[in-house]
Design a protein around this ligand. Structure first.
Ligand SMILES: *Cc1c(COP(=O)(O)O)cnc(C)c1O
Length: 457
């Protein structure tokens, strides 16, 4: 499969290039040149990794053979506590797909464990070394570190805001870590961290000395890896009840990565009624849905910090698809965003957006109410999952699966505060919290971070 950029559909790259580059050089995002029909994987009962291998084969050919893909999948998911990676459960009135059984207890492990395998293999093949640089509001950092730990050809620098992430999240980035990992606690906010990272990516000296890459959800490999659990959820739901022949999903959303994977699953043959986009009060997507205007505003802090984002980068891919893969259109809109801070989406494109998607912005009050209601029913849910459940309640759809993106222990402080209940500590977490921690405390000055980055051998 070749990959094209959303801003230039003439240039084609192989899968391995799309993964190593992350972002295309014209600023666009990579998308596959064509979308395979994967509907053959819907109902035959197979294991999660068998299904994943089937889904990935056409996207990764000819760079990776099915045998190699299967081996990488087996290593990627061996650290999960569920043999089949995810679990479909009933929480009171909700159907919940638990995506948090990986090493850092958030859904990002599913994509980053596999991306870690792919990067190791590509670096070894090409004899390259790479510096992964990122900013995290909590979950991405831990999952990226867990996916890339111990890989000598790849160093990971992860910036996070001191004191603004949960204890478990910090321990996952700093405890018992290998030598190639550099967690950097900066004296500033997540936005500061994000800005520093953006500036470092644009810095000529840094680019000249380091082979930089990003592992955020603009990387196609992450979207591809996340498509699998939508197909797998269908297999589980259909095999439980043969009358179920199509599903809707409610997806807690920040950067639009997770729900975009659901969209690509739909385009590859999964019968989907609606994709319910659940945002917190960072309501960019809800405003687009209402008005057809894309206008990022300042982000607000909420109970669900992994979704406190006001630029939904992956929305560019959806717009590319909905515009009939028109890269000139995307280029024009993105230039307008740069110059005017907003752009308008035409009625025709909005109509196809509204046909498949619903978008709801959920307040902290509603989120906390949902967490209390679920707690009274005997289920602890983290605030992100609760946002998705609130959106499901607003929708009129039936047969909705709510994606649960984080284990409650990751947000035990807010669960305790809101519901008054303690979250039991799963195996391994107590050891992690007591483990020896290594981190680097730096200011929020770009010069400090830059000299740290360049001074590491
Ligand atoms: C990252 C994250 C999200 C948002 O996912 P996107 O792909 O950015 O939309 C939701 N919940 C949790 C717990 C997360 O870590």
């Amino acid at each position: 499969m070749n990959y094209i950029s959303t801003r230039n559909n003439q240039i084609t790259q192989r899968f391995s290039h799309a993964v190593l580059d992350g972002l295309s050089h014209d600023g666009g995002l990579y998308v596959p040149e064509s979308l395979p029909d994967l509907s053959g994987y819907l109902t035959n009962p197979v294991s999660y990794t068998e299904m994943a291998c089937g889904v990935f084969t056409s996207f990764m050919a000819p760079d990776f053979t099915p045998g190699k893909i299967q081996a990488m999948l087996d290593s990627a998911y061996s650290s999960f506590s569920e043999t089949n990676v995810v679990k479909l459960k009933q929480y009171d009135l909700f159907n919940v797909l638990e995506l948090f059984h990986g090493p850092t207890l958030a859904f990002k492990d599913i994509a980053l464990q596999f991306l870690g395998q792919v990067l190791s293999e590509l670096l070894a093949r090409e004899g390259l070394s790479l510096t992964v640089l990122g900013a995290t509001s909590g979950d991405t950092g831990g999952a990226a570190i867990a996916g890339l730990a111990g890989n000598d050809q790849c160093r990971v620098f992860m910036l996070y805001p001191t004191g603004r992430i949960s204890k478990v999240q910090e321990a996952q980035m700093t405890a018992n870590i290998s030598d190639n990992i550099f967690p950097i606690a900066i004296d500033g906010s997540f936005d500061d961290a994000q800005n520093i990272v953006k500036q470092l990516f644009a810095d000529a000296e840094v680019r000249q000395q380091l082979n930089l890459t990003a592992v955020n959800s603009i990387n196609w490999c992450r979207i591809m890896a996340q498509m699998v659990y939508y197909f797998y959820a269908y297999q589980l739901a259909h095999n439980n009840d043969r009358n179920i022949t199509s599903l809707s999903f409610s997806v807690p959303t920040g950067n639009f990565g997770d729900v975009l994977a659901g969209y690509y699953a739909y385009r590859c043959g999964l019968p989907v009624n609606k994709l319910i986009v659940a945002c917190n009060s960072n309501d960019l997507l809800a405003r687009i849905f209402e008005s057809g205007v894309y206008q990022p505003l300042d982000s607000k802090s909420t109970l669900s910090p992994a979704m406190d984002i006001q630029v939904a980068s992956n929305f560019e891919r959806l717009l590319f698809e909905l515009s009939g893969r028109n890269s000139e259109y995307i280029k024009e809109k993105m230039a307008q965003l740069q110059s005017d801070g907003l752009f308008e989406i035409e009625d025709e494109i909005m109509a196809s957006f509204r046909q498949l998607f619903e978008v709801y912005s959920i307040s902290d009050t509603e989120t906390a109410d949902m967490m209390r209601t679920m707690s009274r029913a005997g289920f602890q849910v983290d605030p992100h999952t609760a946002v998705g459940m609130c959106a499901k309640e607003r929708s009129l759809e039936e047969n909705v699966i709510c994606l649960s993106t984080a284990h409650p222990i990751k947000f035990s402080e807010s669960i305790k505060q809101i519901t008054g209940t303690d979250v039991p500590c799963p195996t391994g977490i107590a050891e992690l919290l007591n483990g020896s921690q290594r981190k680097y405390n730096l200011s929020n000055q770009i010069s400090d971070i830059k000299s740290f980055l360049l001074s590491r051998p």
